[in-house]
Design a protein around this ligand. Structure first.
Ligand SMILES: [Zn+2]
Length: 647
């Protein structure tokens, strides 16, 4: 998903000898704790039996049973900490309860590590060759902290959040034999090989922990599976679960667009790195939203009416499947070497996330356009919104784009009342996409359109056709591949943009200009632009420097240093009145528009608890929404980027 020290030799990085944390100074424990064994590239003896019961929809509890072959002595079981695609220590250990371990009918008491709450130490007595592990995953009723994964109609099972595994082994060398009990009548989509499915119980072929953790399931009462690449070299299916059966109504136009997505990705990359691919799509307002990549599948959600609303609506959801699909090449097959960790508890590093996510964002948008899932006008509006956002981002003054990737280990869902100052944690998606547009148009210009970033994609991601073990890369590998397409100071090009910080630093907008467009601001948007800039009605970012939200007209997203900031507004204020009229976004839009040709200031009454204030803005700039305007007489390179490949 979204946000990451380099080593020329991934194997050295992965299996290097990091010192084990010594467990010292714990005299208050019932017994001394051993160190947690480092993962070694060796096979775990035997197969771990693994059964999940996902039928308790009333309590939203997922019950887990594991049969783990063991030998006498110390054993450490780990709960996955670094969830693939999260780029952070987000494993929800807080939701694991009821852990009991038995062998030969006798309890074996576990002891949690005092430094790492994801590790459980066991002392296996003589005569025991297998332990039975049972626990519950207490899934959540709302999306306040963790997302909802069980509803009356569907379950999104991410196996790695419902299992323990032995420390001391690479997760590619630990074999699980998974099975699941589903509610009666339910069906499922998953990129694993089903051995049997009877009475709601599905049993799968043995699979490595690495792949199991990368093969989530969407199951539901309302389900349909659609072949979107009939006769293709490897099967690709769209698996849909929905709150209601009526939601599962993709028209032929939708299915054709997804088929074109597959075709355009083939033409772009020139190789596939999977034996099958399963798009998992939940049409739901009840399950928590997700867009998460996997090597042979992806987890996606969209509004219930995604298909029935029509193909001109829900722009953001239309870009989701292309993004996650691109990750099969960028992120899963080509893997930053500092993310290719030996198990799910070794820390990842995120230094190349501006490739992993940034170039995926770029190709996802490009393929959305090339597949017909969005129009050229919509894609131009999308780039306008991104360009304007970063052109107005004050956080660049203290913090470079590169730093937003290093910060991500803290977790990708951190929020902050000053996102424009903090730079959020997502700039390595969208600002990095602008860098890749910059690189693409540079290559197109310098080679008179004979080459483009498409050639890089084919050279970098299109190698080793059919191979789907991860192929690590470093910054230097990336630069070498770019130089193979068009010789240039690519290291300097990238570092200049990634490390730009300080008062003189600016957003990477050269790709917009070289693409044949200039960023302008308009006071009204077209219907298509409103589908892209969905928050436009409440958005005063580029005028007064804030946005409105919620039933109380809460003033949020206050731009650091902007007009509202200068007027002393901070988090927590609600807009009560505008020029003596009851406040609404519409009333404020009217006032901003009227002030353009008037002489009186815009006066706002705002409230924070029992405090009221009046603030005035002597602002004459009117409403401002971003748009890309053609620079006549220049090549439409951005239009070329968005045009479907013919071969
Ligand atoms: Zn992503």
């Amino acid at each position: 998903m979204k946000r990451f020290l380099l080593s020329a030799c991934a194997a050295a990085l992965v299996f290097g000898a990091a010192p084990a944390l010594a467990q010292v100074g714990t005299p208050a424990l019932p017994r001394p704790l051993p160190a947690i064994p480092e993962p070694q590239d060796r096979a775990y003896p035997g197969t771990i039996g693994y059964h999940v019961d996902a039928t308790d929809l009333d309590h939203r509890v997922i019950r887990v049973q594991q049969s783990i072959p063991v030998t006498v002595g110390d054993l450490t079981l780990l709960y996955p900490k670094f969830i693939p695609g999260n780029h952070a220590a987000t494993g929800p250990i807080q939701l694991l309860a009821g852990l009991t371990v038995t062998a030969n009918g006798q309890r074996i008491e576990w002891l949690r590590d005092t430094l790492d709450p994801y590790a459980f130490h066991l002392a296996i007595p003589a005569g025991v060759t297998q332990i039975e592990v049972a626990f519950e995953w207490l899934t959540q009723p709302d999306n306040a902290v963790w997302r909802v994964v069980m509803t009356p109609e569907m379950v999104n099972l991410q196996w790695e959040k419902a299992l323990l595994y032995p420390a001391g082994y690479a997760h590619s060398r630990i074999t699980f034999q998974p099975s699941i009990q589903l509610p009666a009548g339910w069906q499922y989509g998953v990129a694993m090989d089903t051995v049997s499915f009877e009475g709601g119980r599905a049993t799968f072929a043995p699979i490595s922990l690495e792949m199991l953790a990368d093969s989530p399931m969407f199951a539901g009462a309302h389900y349909r599976r659609i072949d979107i690449d009939p006769g293709g070299r490897s099967p690709i299916h769209l698996n849909i679960v929905a709150d209601s059966a009526a939601n599962i109504a993709p028209t032929p136009a939708w299915i054709e667009a997804y088929g074109t997505l597959v075709d355009q990705a083939d033409r772009l990359f020139g190789a596939r790195h999977f034996d099958r691919y399963e798009f998992l799509l939940g049409l739901t307002s009840r399950m928590g939203g997700i867009g998460l990549e996997h090597h042979r599948s992806s987890e996606n959600t969209a509004p219930p009416g995604f298909f029935t609303d029509g193909i001109t609506r829900n722009f953001g959801s239309r870009t989701l499947l292309p993004h996650e699909y691109v990750h099969s090449w960028n992120g899963k097959f080509r893997r930053p070497s500092d993310q290719l960790t030996p198990n799910l508890n070794e820390p990842v590093q995120n230094t190349l996330l501006w490739v992993y996510e940034g170039q995926t964002e770029y190709w996802g948008d490009v393929l959305t356009g090339r597949s017909g899932l969005a129009t050229k006008e919509e894609m131009l509006s999308n780039f306008a919104e991104i360009a304007a956002f970063y052109d107005n981002q004050p956080g660049r003054d203290w913090r470079a784009l590169q730093d937003t990737t290093n910060h991500n280990l803290l977790g990708y869902r951190t929020s902050n009342p000053w996102p424009s100052h903090m730079r959020g944690t997502g700039d390595y998606y969208r600002e990095a996409a602008l860098i890749w547009l910059d690189a693409d148009t540079l290559i197109r210009e310098a080679t008179d359109n004979r080459k483009s970033l498409d050639d890089f994609a084919r050279a970098f991601f299109g190698v080793d056709d059919g191979v789907w073990s991860p192929k690590p890369y470093t910054f230097d590998d990336l630069v070498a591949a770019l130089n193979g397409v068009h010789p240039h100071d690519w290291a300097g090009f990238l570092r200049t943009r990634l490390d730009a910080v300080g008062p003189e630093a600016s957003a990477p907008l050269d790709g917009i200009t070289r693409g044949g467009y200039r960023l302008v601001y308009v006071d009204s948007l077209t219907a298509a632009e409103k589908q892209v800039q969905t928050g436009w009605a409440n958005d005063f970012q580029y005028s007064l420097g804030f946005s409105l939200g919620g039933p109380t007209n809460r003033i949020g997203g206050i731009v650091w240093g902007g007009l509202a900031y200068q007027a002393g507004l901070g988090a927590g204020w609600d807009l009560v009145a505008v020029n003596d009229r009851a406040a609404s976004a519409e009333v404020l839009r009217e006032a901003v528009t009227a002030a353009k040709s008037g002489t009186t200031p815009i006066t706002l009454i705002i409230r924070n608890g029992d405090r009221f204030r009046t603030v005035s803005f002597d602002y004459r700039g009117g409403l401002r929404y971003p748009r890309l305007e053609r620079i006549e007489g220049t090549p439409d390179r951005l239009g070329d980027v968005l045009t479907a490949r013919r071969r």
